[in-house]
Write a protein that binds this ligand. Structure first.
Ligand code: SAH
Length: 350
């Protein structure tokens, strides 16, 4: 039993079941035993691998999209180049390398990183220290400047609540204790979850997930972009409206039960992009595009061809993994938020 499991069992036995969101928060960010608080989980030797860790092409193309969005807006100076949940700093390092040749971009930028994990902040300092980044605990710490922001596999880590339709009422899924072990349960009838902007298509017995922290964040980013200008690229797995139970736990590249070894597994849920796009108003939102389409539009095929001269097999495999519909190409989506100071960032939009 993990230390966090013991702690949760004691707490739930004393105080009663907790929401799936409280369980997720404890698993990921408990100050002593949280998954992200205690380790660097990324990479082949870790638990999961992300697009920037698969290939430098991912971050390079995102860098060029952000730089073009900056040029399209008349090169606002200074501006904040921000990332949410930068992991090992790989994506930002690739963005910075790819944009080094864009005249004026580096001179005008301030690098801002929103990161909760101490071990990962250390890794980011090692990779990005030359660019004097500023770290923040939350988006509210970002400066009042034009904002050029990227978030890859960040929103999926924000805690969701799960609601089950039971005839005319709703019940919330909770984590309780049964026979001395953590177990899922359901509350008695609760008020209807906030399904603003979603089609009400949840069938009897069906589940829906809500993520208030994600909509609050999209609202904050949207207001900043509306006031100061700029764009945001939000990349994650999900769809416009996710339906059903999408909570999943991963350890050492294998899927495990979400209640197994709390604090030692990555725990995520699919991102519902529709509510994010809506919450970001008055900033505009482009229709979500699959990651494969986004990267192809930005020229990943040409970039792969030029890199393939040195390591053809690795580059061909990475290109496929990032863009093929059976790999990350279709499941992962890109949501672009943008101000009226310019068009949608390249790769996104209609
Ligand atoms: N973007 C990186 C890492 C993805 S893992 C990549 O693509 O490789 C998720 C990242 O978000 C980690 O850096 C994690 O520490 C951070 N994170 C998760 N929840 C967070 C929160 N609530 N606030 C700030 N950072 C968080």
């Amino acid at each position: 039993m993990t230390p966090l499991e013991q702690l949760l069992i004691r707490q739930i036995t004393a105080e009663g079941p907790i929401s799936v969101a409280s369980y997720m928060s404890a698993c990921l960010l408990h100050p002593e035993h949280g998954y992200y608080t205690t380790r660097d989980p990324l990479g082949v030797a870790g638990d999961f691998i992300t697009a920037p860790e698969i290939s430098q092409m991912f971050g390079e193309l995102i860098g060029l999209s952000l730089a073009q969005a900056w040029l399209d807006r008349g090169r606002p100076t200074p501006f904040a180049l921000a990332e949410l949940g930068p992991g090992r700093g790989t994506l930002m390092a690739d963005v910075l390398r790819a944009t080094a040749g864009v005249p004026g971009f580096h001179a005008a930028m301030q690098v801002h990183l929103v990161e909760a994990s101490r071990p990962l902040r250390g890794e980011q300092a090692r990779r990005l220290g030359d660019h004097a980044p500023a770290w923040h605990d939350a988006v509210t710490g970002l400066p009042d400047l034009p904002l050029f922001l990227v978030a890859n596999e960040f929103f999926d880590a924000l805690p969701v609540r799960q609601f089950l339709r039971d005839g005319d009422t709703w019940r919330e899924r909770v984590v309780g204790v049964r026979d001395g072990a953590l177990a899922f349960g359901l509350t008695a009838a609760v008020g209807a979850p906030d399904l603003t902007g979603r089609p009400d298509t949840v069938p009897d017995g069906g589940m829906v997930e809500t993520c208030a922290p994600a909509t609050a964040l999209a609202q904050d980013i949207g207001q900043r972009i509306d006031r100061f200008g700029g764009v945001a690229l939000i990349i994650d797995y999900g769809s416009d409206w996710s339906l059903g139970d999408t909570l999943q736990a991963v350890r050492e590249h294998r899927q495990v039960g979400p209640l197994e070894a709390p604090g030692s597994c990555d725990l995520t849920a699919h991102v519902a992009f529709g509510p994010l796009a809506r919450a970001a108003a008055p900033a505009r939102a482009a229709a979500i595009v699959p990651q494969g389409t986004f990267l192809e539009r930005l020229g990943i095929a040409q970039r792969a061809q030029s890199l393939a001269a040195s390591a053809p097999d690795t580059i061909i495999a990475a290109h496929r993994r990032l863009t093929h519909p059976e790999e990350m190409g279709q499941l992962f989506k890109v949501l672009a938020l943008f101000g009226s100071d310019g068009p949608a960032p390249p790769g996104t939009g209609p």
